[in-house]
Design a protein around this ligand. Sequence first.
Ligand SMILES: Cc1cc2nc3c(=O)[nH]c(=O)nc-3n(C[C@H](O)[C@H](O)[C@H](O)COP(=O)(O)OP(=O)(O)OC[C@H]3O[C@@H](n4cnc5c(N)ncnc54)[C@H](O)[C@@H]3O)c2cc1C
Length: 443
Amino acid sequence: MPESTTHAVAVVGAGPAGLFATRALAAAGCRVLLLNRDIKPGGLAEYGIFLNKYKMKGGLRRQFSKILTDPRVTYLGHVAVGESGPLSVPALRAAGFDAVVFAIGAQGTKYLGIEGERLPGVYHAKDLVYHYNRLPPFSERHFPMGRRVAIVGVGNVMVDIANYCAHFCECEEIIAVARRGPHEKAYDDREFEDVEDAFDRDAYRREGERIRPRLEAAGQSADELLKALAARPEAEDRCRARLTFRFLASPQRVIAEGGRVVGLEIEETRLERKGERISAVGTGEISRIPCDTVVFAVGDRVDERVGLPYREGLYVTAPGAEQDPGAAYQVWDPAEGQPLADVFVVGWARRASDGVVGRARLDAETGIKHILKILGSRPTRAPAEAERPVTKIMHELGKAGARFVTYEEVLRIEAAERERARRDGVEEFKFASDEEMLALLSS
Ligand SMILES: Cc1cc2nc3c(=O)[nH]c(=O)nc-3n(C[C@H](O)[C@H](O)[C@H](O)COP(=O)(O)OP(=O)(O)OC[C@H]3O[C@@H](n4cnc5c(N)ncnc54)[C@H](O)[C@@H]3O)c2cc1C
């Protein structure tokens, strides 16, 4: 153990935000206990970033490994903090850390509240993404994909789902459904290159013409779109699936017959400009998009079952962030009208589904700066004293019969996975269940 420590901090969640928060804390001399729901660290960098982005994932894993082998850091995977896990928020707070930082991402599902949203064949993007990236238990559930898949949403996650449908399933048509128009698309053109070989340009041109009057009524140009389309290089090889767009369409219900999805009912919309913002307004005209699978890629919300104060998809943070930017990271107890002492949020746990890894990292590092400022005004601890809450939590987890997984054990799992990938001649192999990983560790 390092000879001097400053404070003891628990970080909950080992995605990019939790890991970069841990790095900043350890660099400032803090003793850090990093608790993670999943056995392996990485969060969406491990289980969200698209399947075959091996280089990007490899680069992040190397950075994470450096953080996790810092002697000031103890990683415990397979520990969900919250009402359903072996460690509740009050128990963690009572252990005596100087601060508890929640970096647990956005694990809740955002439902649109329309009929049929929970039917078989209707998925929420995060669950499907976790499934194909082999995160237990999603990896163990079936997510049958049909031939005609409607994806609601037009962000980067839609592009990933379309990529999965086009290149890893037997889909024939993928329809991206947007409430607003092509000018409001939220995906990056660079990301779209991954599905360019499925993109149906003729269908896009026809869609541009179909909605032309509604675009022009909102002061938007259809010609500009079609010109931009023509300027984009076409994919050399086409894939079997076709990716089309349906703009100005607000989902109303998923239609099923005999328990099977047969379509998505939408209301046509028109665009209305309110200052800088363009919003979609229903026209009352109803149509149906025939499809056998629907995926909602509309962003997520935080998990309200964890036990932190929650309001409208987010954890509640302190008021007054305009005067004191640190307040935006401080969890607030609205029932008591005061901060939840020494409890903070960073990353997607603070702003659900907000941006890429770099953004989550910046948010975590900014949050830690504010936290260190607060801790700076308190007495520092001797190493043995900083160790006390860490030992206490490990003892409590042991008492609760929780099987936590250390980083040394994660390295053993990863080595076995690499060996299996080498043997099978594949780029990457991941165990699909916690049981397989735990069995390997006890062998
Ligand atoms: C489909 C998809 C594709 C993406 N592709 C890219 C990309 O190509 N490039 C890019 O830069 N960004 C990409 N992103 C964005 C990037 O993944 C996020 O910006 C980033 O992962 C958010 O980091 P986070 O740590 O806040 O949350 P997460 O990454 O969600 O990490 C949360 C962590 O908290 C843990 N946890 C959750 N609940 C609990 C609990 N109760 N107790 C303990 N631990 C808990 C989880 O196990 C997880 O390890 C993608 C996102 C998605 C959804």
